[in-house]
Design a protein around this ligand. Sequence first.
Ligand code: 6R9
Length: 646
Amino acid sequence: MSEHKVYPVPESVAARAHVTQAEYEAMYRRSVDDPEGFWAEQADRFLDWFEKWDTTLDWSFEGDVHVEWFKGGKLNVAHNCIDRHLAEHAEKTALIWEGDEPDQDQHITFRELHEQVSRLGNVLKERGVSKGDRVCLYMPMIPEAVYAMLACARIGAVHSVVFGGFSPEALKDRIQDAEASVVITADEGVRGGRKVGLKANTDKAVDQCPSVHTVLTVRRTGGDIGWNDSRDVWYHEAVEAASADCPAEPMDAEDPLFILYTSGSTGKPKGVLHTTGGYLLYAAITTWYTFDLQPDDVYWCTADVGWITGHSYLVYGPLANATTSVVFEGVPSYPDASRFWEVVDKHQVSVFYTAPTAIRALMREGDEPVTKTDRSSLRILGTVGEPINPEAWEWYYHVVGKEQCPIVDTWWQTETGGHLITPLPGATELKPGSATRPFFGIVPALMDTDGHVVEGEGEGALVITRPWPGQMRTIYGNHQRFVETYFSAFKGCYFSGDGARRDGNGDYWITGRMDDVLNVSGHRMGTAEIESALVLHDAVAEAAVVGYPHDVKGQGIYAYVILVKDAEPSDALRKELVNLVRSEIGPIASPDAIQWAPGLPKTRSGKIMRRILRKIAANELDSLGDTSTLADPAVVDELINNRVTG
Ligand code: 6R9
């Protein structure tokens, strides 16, 4: 079975890598035996500080839960990602933008990046944005998205990037929660030849957001858009008129850098808050070691800036290391299934980082779209976002990487800021499907259902027992929810929400979410959010949403819908429900299957037994488990008989 396959570290990779296996072991031991000494050293090595910190670490994972790194230290993220590189690398390419159409691209040097970010910083200041104010970004994958993140960091504003695929309703919720005063967007985004009306969506959202006084719009397509003189400003006009002299604001290491909304198992998305010093250090050091960065790398992370991977591994991590980072506007299938590999050849990409769902989708198109390209520039391959099945791993390794490139399967989360469990190219034997070993300073543990630590080989809830610099500090505006969500399940530990197995060699295998969070094409979604959208429809009395295995998406969305008494099920109603979810959340949350249900399996105390709903959706009918505690066991047979295929 491929699970047992092991790929040793090739001699050639180990010989020039930043760390070998022995070095990893020694450095890991040091990082957990003397975390403060270790991280203080790394903070000096990876970052440029205006003023040294007073206290390296102050923390508690119990009671008054708090985590502070490098308190009192002063630095600026934009200075670290741009200014300090100018002396040696002003003319080096910082960003390569690859447009949706293969004939569109642009190289932006660190000098140009500095000018663009400084001008935009001044525009924001002129519009009244100051330190600590929130700015919302709702943008396509264009260089201005990176400028905007760094411009906020430069002046000490807190950015909140909202993925361009979210609906106006979802955008509105996020702007309101953060009380953003400015939104930066584009007239339209372009993906796979199709246009997305970002400004039109912004207008709909902002009409319900009294906190917003300015909408800055980048002209991307020149398409028709609405205009409101009292709040709309063209990005290019404002930037041209602004000064290019914008000093980087000295920030405390613990000042907020950004908010990023992510889904949990209950309620509305949470504003995950990351701060300045610890986050940047962790993004920088993980990018360096996980991808074994070399000075002439062309590094391409295909994630959108709307997700944490786009923050840490497209913008902050690579730029902090003065690495050339590719920004891709399009999709893997446009104009055809060779696009990724054509772009790799065109820009001579050496490090390539993508999601299992993209690999699986491309694998279905066969080998030819890959093998007709050269790809000899590739050195390291990475994956992120969901467990990678061994078949997809092997295809990525043999066909895409021609058995020349180690694959780093990086496990981490929006909350963790950067990689927690991942192979390092020169140090780790690879096992298809395993995220392998903890990164420096990370102390994972597995817990059984009684809250006891599982020692050695075994399976359990994956927790982290010690603080690390990149971890989130709070949920914006709701510290209590932060404590309850992450620190209440297992006393004194950060609970990730994932389960994992540790094998006899100490390698970790992530088994997936243990809570009601779905992972659809690497996009994280709460079942509760989708259920809330469905019950907004007058015809719907109750809804229960679960995930089920899906060949390409990893998980598909299966919705059980109970109609009100007089409503009739129909295809038209099914369509209305899908549209409702699209408009409340976005197309990524559209249910793949909707089953009309007479009722739901509930315990006598009224709790929905989701375990049973998951089994039915997955068509695993032999393993339904105990149904004797149900209030009405007959409902299960009805659900099985009317199961739909997604
Ligand atoms: C970075 C990111 C986090 C959830 C996480 C887990 C899943 C991410 C994974 C993985 C197995 C990997 N996940 N990477 N599962 N192997 N290499 O994806 O953040 O969007 O917050 O999702 O994604 O379930 O808990 P986020």
